[in-house]
Design a protein around this ligand. Structure first.
Ligand code: NAD
Length: 257
């Protein structure tokens, strides 16, 4: 087991990529705190259509150790309570996976400023607030890690004026935090997923998905597990000296000019 007895918080862990990260971390022996606005997994139009049990239930039923804490990462009080709960319950915190994220479609004319605020609040402020509150405890861990889920949209436009900005900023946050936390032996890295089969794709149409597939050299969307295993690697001892980096996991999408 690569992560035996490490205590991990996964924000947005109920569905999609966060769900898979929670499951894979638990398989590697981690104790997982799932922090999400809802415990029930989302059911998508195209992906993850079938009913699944809450991830904490699935982990505990399979002999693992997981807890759900209702948390809106856009709400500072919720995040402070999440960290307090984790410390009271498990007595340590080793890994923060900042995964919760939303996308609201619309270009500069269509997207309202209140929707812009919402995206930034969850995707960017949420990651900053969670890191800020987790860091004092991560510094006390022998295996301190922050893993931020960014996106290939960190590097280009085309998805409106909110989502790509929020994801671009997350890359800079990784650089900044890695400098701050290097002396404390805490690593900070991002994963930049390409298109992954999760309910976040519900805003697309079947036709858009078919066109999109043609732009991916490997010819398929990624599976949540493709991202989850990259996260396991970054949290493991194999990545002890990797910090301030972003790992693109996209089936070759960005390799094409
Ligand atoms: N799926 C993709 O193609 C893709 C690509 C690049 C990056 N990402 C990023 O990966 C992360 C996970 O995306 P996904 O595809 O699994 O999405 P998803 O919609 O399938 O799941 C997101 C989870 O986050 C939770 N969540 C939403 N707002 C929250 C909040 N305020 N506080 C706590 N939890 C909240 C949701 O309830 C849900 O369980 C996001 O940051 C997303 O931007 C996804």
């Amino acid at each position: 087991m690569l992560l035996k007895d490490r205590v991990v918080i996964v924000t947005g862990g109920s569905s999609g990529i966060g769900r898979s990260i929670s499951l894979e971390f638990a398989k590697e022996g981690a104790k997982v705190v799932i922090a999400d606005i809802v415990e029930e997994p989302k059911r998508g139009k195209f992906f993850e259509k079938e009913h699944k049990p809450p991830v904490a239930t699935e982990i505990n039923d399979n002999g693992g150790n997981a807890t759900f804490v209702k948390t809106d990462v856009g709400n500072q009080d919720d995040v402070e309570e999440l960290i307090r709960y984790t410390m009271d319950f498990y007595g340590q915190l080793d890994v923060l996976v900042n995964n919760a994220g939303i996308h609201i479609p619309g270009n500069s004319q269509e997207l309202s400023m209140s929707d812009w605020d919402k995206v930034i609040q969850v995707n960017l402020r949420g990651q900053v607030v969670a890191a800020k509150n987790a860091i004092p405890h991560l510094k006390n861990s022998k295996f301190g890690r922050i893993i931020q889920i960014a996106s290939i949209n960190s590097f280009g436009g085309g998805l409106g004026p909110a989502y790509p900005i929020s994801k671009a900023a997350v890359i800079n946050l990784v650089h900044d935090l890695s400098i701050e936390l290097g002396p404390h032996n805490v690593t900070v890295n991002a994963i930049c997923p390409g298109a992954i089969e999760t309910p976040i794709q519900d805003y697309m149409t079947k036709e858009i998905i078919e066109e999109y597939l043609k732009t991916i050299p490997m010819g398929r969307f990624g599976l949540p597990k493709d991202i989850a295993r990259a996260a396991v690697f970054l949290a493991s001892d194999d990545a002890n000296w990797i910090t301030g980096e972003h790992l693109t996991v996209d089936g070759g999408h960005r390799a094409k000019v």
